[in-house]
Design a protein around this ligand. Structure first.
Ligand SMILES: [Zn+2]
Ligand SMILES: [Zn+2]
Length: 231
C-alpha cells in the first residue's frame, strides 16, 4: 500500500516549524475554524476589550490582538507580528496544505477507480464460473437422461424376448401335458383290457411313448438355448 500524501505532507510541515506541539495546535485550530467559522456581530477588526484596531497576531494564542493587548501581561512575553505579515506566513502554510489535500483527493479517486475495476472483474469472473457450472450440469443431466433411455430400451427388449419365449414354452408344455394325459389313460385302459385289445395298435402306442421321450430331450436343449440367448 502506498502512503497517503496527506500524512507525508503533514510530517513535512511538522519538521519546518519551531515545535511539534505548536504545530498540532495550529492544525487543530485550523480544523476548527473550517468547521465553525467565527461570527462576530460587532464591528470588524476592533479589540473587544480595548476597542482598538486588531493590528497584530499573537503566535502563541493564534489570534489577533491590538497594541494595548500587546503590552498587557497576558501577551507581553508572546511573539506577535503584524497581521499582514502573519497572514502571508499562514497563507503559505495553508497553500501547502491545499496542495497535499488535493494530492490526497486525487489518490483517493484513483484508489476508488481501482477498487471499482477490481470489484467488476471479480463479479464478471463469478458470473462466468456460474454459467460454466450450469452448462456442465446441463450436460450431465442430458447424459444421464440418455443413459436412462438406453437402459430402459434394453430392459424392455429383454422383457419382450423373455415373455415371448416363456409364452411359447408354456403353450408347448400345456399341449404336451394334454397328450401325455391322453396317452396315460390309453395305456391304463390297455393294461386292464383283454390280450387282443392290448396288442391291437400296440406299435402306435409305443411309437407315441418314444415321441414323448424325444420331446423331453428337445425341451432340455431349447431351455439351454433360451438362457444363453437372453443373458
Ligand atoms: Zn486589545
Ligand atoms: Zn498572546
Amino acid at each position: 500500500m502506498e502512503t497517503s500524501p496527506v500524512l507525508s505532507a503533514e510530517q513535512h510541515l511538522l519538521g519546518k516549524t519551531s515545535g511539534p506541539t505548536d504545530n498540532w495546535e495550529t492544525w487543530w485550530k485550523l480544523q476548527n475554524s473550517f468547521i465553525c467559522p467565527p461570527v462576530k456581530p460587532q464591528e470588524q477588526n476592533l479589540c473587544e476589550k480595548h476597542e482598538e484596531k486588531l493590528r497584530l497576531f499573537c503566535a502563541e494564542d493564534q489570534r489577533m490582538i491590538c497594541v494595548v493587548c500587546r503590552e498587557s501581561k497576558e501577551h507581553k512575553t508572546h511573539s506577535a507580528s503584524p497581521v499582514e505579515e502573519a497572514a502571508e506566513e499562514y497563507k503559505v502554510k495553508l497553500q501547502e496544505w491545499l496542495r497535499s489535500l488535493r494530492k490526497e483527493e486525487e489518490y483517493k479517486l484513483k484508489s476508488k477507480v481501482k477498487e471499482e475495476e477490481q470489484y467488476k472483474a471479480t463479479k464478471d469472473r463469478l458470473r462466468t464460473e456460474k454459467k460454466k457450472l450450469e452448462s456442465e450440469f446441463e450436460k450431465l443431466q442430458q447424459l444421464l437422461k440418455e443413459n436412462e433411455k438406453t437402459l430402459n430400451e434394453k430392459l424392455e427388449k429383454m422383457e419382450k424376448k423373455i415373455n415371448m419365449v416363456e409364452n411359447a414354452n408354456i403353450t408347448k408344455l400345456t399341449n404336451q401335458i394334454t397328450s401325455l394325459k391322453a396317452l396315460i389313460t390309453e395305456i391304463e385302459k390297455k393294461c386292464e383290457a383283454s390280450a387282443w385289445e392290448l396288442l391291437k395298435d400296440v406299435g402306435s402306442t409305443l411309437s407315441r411313448c418314444n415321441n414323448v421321450k424325444l420331446q423331453c430331450l428337445e425341451m432340455v436343449k431349447s431351455y439351454k438355448g433360451k438362457y444363453n440367448q437372453v443373458y
